[in-house]
Design a protein around this ligand. Sequence first.
Ligand SMILES: [Zn+2]
Length: 294
Amino acid sequence: MEKDILVGSHVSMSGPKYYLGSIQEALSYGANVLMIYTGAPQNSTRTPLEKCKIDEGILLARENNMVIDKFICHAPYIINLANPDSEKQKFSQDILINEVKRTAGFKIKYLVLHPGLHVGIGEEAGLTNIINGLKVVLDATKDEDVIICIETMAGKGSELGISFEQVNQIIEGCNNSEKLGVCLDTCHINDAGYDVSNIDEVISKFDSIIGLNRLKAIHLNDSKNLRGARKDRHENIGFGTIGFDTLIKYVYDERLKGIPKILETPYFNKKPPYKDEIEMIKEKKFNKDLFKNY
Ligand SMILES: [Zn+2]
């Protein structure tokens, strides 16, 4: 891969090898970056950092020239900073504060966050709660070298962050904190209504509304659904409605170089597709028979 083309996938981070196992998994896919959850995404049970084999993982990543400073953590889904219930809001803040600290513990700089669901209180009230919650979290973690990256969402249910305007509203509400970035998910923006095939328009809208300097990660996924469907169902690269030729543009576009592209595509017959998908991306050539032998 060209040096500033950064491609990897979500990899597991679980015992007994923990982070060392994550790095080994990513290397087996031919990736030079990766994304982990620091524990199960659906709960807040966490293995203590000292058991996670972090130094061993970093050493192995270094030996293999992985681009460690572009690695990504993903916050658990249970966080909902938009929740109107003050107890649940506090619970979400506490988990996120802990996740920021864990991300720093893994020596990872970027933590991707789903901004939240308004659960019926309306978009504006939900966005206000997110802003207030994020301010608490940013204040409690100001000494950590971690950037919280707000993810662009598909618009399923009462999701917020479904337009560049909403994402920008959150960032502005937090006084344009330097500790906030954005993760753009190609499947999500397609499902939210953006024309992903028009990369120039996507980039210029992003730049004029949010600022391209805030873009820290790209989730590179195809979509099972048509533009605007508000569904959020990821598809394998080239096998969905976005298509290979469009997705490959996001990997190689000059303006997006140096930004890690992370695959969160579905397993095929319970097998991870990432090695083969990354190979297609490196070769810039779609293989419609990719899953024939899975
Ligand atoms: Zn996500």
